[in-house]
Design a protein around this ligand. Structure first.
Ligand SMILES: CC1=C(CCC(=O)O)c2cc3nc(cc4[nH]c(cc5[nH]c(cc1n2)c(C)c5CCC(=O)O)c(CCC(=O)O)c4C)C(CCC(=O)O)=C3C
Ligand SMILES: [Fe+2]
Length: 318
C-alpha cells in the first residue's frame, strides 16, 4: 500500500457570505471587532468586485484540488499518495482544522505550503507557526516550504503573463519599451525591515528575474493594499506611484502583482477598480497581468517544491 503524505495547503481565507464578513474581519483584527463604518467599507468592497462575491474561496478550492492531482500524476512516486488538506488563516477550515483532519485520517508525515511565494515573518511565518503548534499537539511530523519566489517555472509563467500583456499594448498602438511595468505586492508595516525580514528582498528578486526573462525595458516595484492602521506601512503605494508616473509623462502602465497568486479583493478591487479609476483620472492606460489561479504551470511549481521538501525530510530522518 502506498504511504500517505499529507499536504497542508494554506491560504489567507475569505468569508463565505456577506454575513460572515464581520467574524472574518474580527479574526484579522486579532479578536477586536471593527467599527460599523470599517465593516461597511469592507462589505462595500466585496460587493463591488466582479466574478462572484468571494472568488478567493473557489480559487483556493480549485488550487488545492489541482495540486493534489498534480502531485499524484506521473510515474515517479507510486509508493506514495499525497493527500491535500486546506488550512486557512482567517476563515473555515482554519489551519488548525486542516492539521486535525490529517491526524484523524491517520497521517503522520506532512508538508505545509502557503499559496504565496514570498516569506515574511508576518505572513507565511505566522501560518507556519500555527500549523507547527497544532502538528506537535496532534503528533504529525511536518516540514514546511517557506518560499518559492525564484522557482524557474514561476519566473517563466509570470514572464509569459507580462509578455502577453505587452503584446496587447503593442497591438493597441503603444511602443513596447514605453510601457512601464509595475511589480506589486501587499504592503506590510515598515518595522519588518528592522526585523531583518526577507519579504522585500524576495519580492525585488522575483521582479528583477521576471523583468529580465520578459525583456522588460522599464520597471519598478510598488506596494499596494496597505492596512488601515496608525503605524507606517511600506511605500510607495501603487496609487501614489501612478500619480508619479503621470508627472513623468508615462502613458502606459502594466501592473504585475507578483505577491499574489489568486483573483481576490486586493487584485479585483484594489487594482481593477481603485487603481484603474485613478489611472483613468490621470489619463494613463492601465492593464494588469492575469492571476495564476490554478494554471498548470503554477501547480507544477507547487508540486515540485512539495516533492523536494519530502525528499529532504526523508534524508534528515535516515
Ligand atoms: C502579506 C499579506 C498578504 C499576502 C500573503 C498572503 O496571502 O498571506 C495578504 C493577503 C490577503 N489579505 C486579504 C484580506 C485582508 N487583509 C487585511 C489586513 C491585513 N493584511 C495583511 C497582510 C497580508 N494580506 C496585514 C498585515 C493586514 C493588517 C491586519 C493584520 O495585522 O493582520 C484585511 C482587513 C482590512 C484591510 O486592512 O484592508 C483584509 C480584508 C486577502 C483576502 C481577500 C479576499 O477575501 O478576496 C488576502 C489574500
Ligand atoms: Fe491582507
Amino acid at each position: 500500500m502506498a504511504t500517505k503524505i499529507g499536504v497542508l495547503v494554506m491560504s489567507y481565507g475569505t468569508p463565505e457570505s456577506l454575513d460572515g464578513v464581520e467574524a472574518y474581519y474580527t479574526h484579522i483584527r486579532h479578536g477586536n471587532a471593527p467599527t460599523a463604518e470599517q465593516l461597511q467599507q469592507l462589505k462595500d468592497r466585496y460587493e463591488a468586485i466582479v466574478g462572484g462575491v468571494f472568488p478567493l474561496r473557489e480559487n483556493t478550492d480549485r488550487q488545492v484540488a489541482a495540486l493534489q492531482a498534480a502531485l499524484n500524476s506521473g510515474s515517479a512516486q507510486k509508493d506514495v499518495e499525497f493527500v491535500c488538506y486546506q488550512g486557512l488563516k482567517h476563515a473555515h477550515p482554519f489551519i488548525e482544522d486542516g492539521v486535525e483532519a490529517m491526524a484523524r485520517d491517520g497521517i503522520t508525515q506532512a508538508v505545509g505550503i502557503v499559496l504565496a511565494p514570498h516569506y515574511s515573518v508576518m505572513s507565511v511565518g505566522t501560518y507556519i507557526k500555527r500549523a507547527q503548534a497544532k502538528a506537535e499537539e496532534c503528533q504529525v511530523g511536518m516540514g514546511f516550504v517557506e518560499s518559492y519566489h525564484l522557482h524557474p517555472q514561476l519566473i517563466d509563467v509570470l514572464s509569459r503573463r507580462v509578455s502577453a500583456r505587452l503584446d496587447q499594448f503593442e497591438e493597441a498602438g503603444a511602443v513596447r519599451d514605453e510601457v512601464r511595468v509595475l511589480f506589486s505586492a501587499h504592503s506590510l508595516p515598515v518595522r519588518i525591515l528592522s526585523m531583518g525580514d526577507p519579504y522585500r528582498d524576495q519580492l525585488l528578486q522575483t521582479s528583477e528575474a521576471v523583468a529580465q526573462a520578459a525583456g522588460v525595458a522599464s520597471w519598478q516595484f510598488t506596494w499596494q493594499s496597505a492596512g488601515r492602521t496608525a503605524e507606517p506601512w511600506l511605500g510607495p503605494d501603487v496609487l501614489d506611484t501612478l500619480r508619479e508616473l503621470s508627472h513623468e509623462q508615462v502613458k502606459y502602465v502594466l501592473v504585475a502583482p507578483v505577491g499574489f497568486v489568486s483573483d481576490h479583493l486586493e487584485v479585483l478591487y484594489d487594482l481593477d477598480i481603485e487603481a484603474q479609476a485613478v489611472a483613468g483620472e490621470l489619463d494613463l492606460r492601465l492593464m494588469r497581468i492575469e492571476s495564476l489561479n490554478s494554471d498548470p504551470a503554477y501547480m507544477a511549481v507547487l508540486s515540485d517544491v512539495v516533492r523536494t521538501k519530502v525528499e529532504q525530510m526523508k534524508v534528515s530522518q535516515s
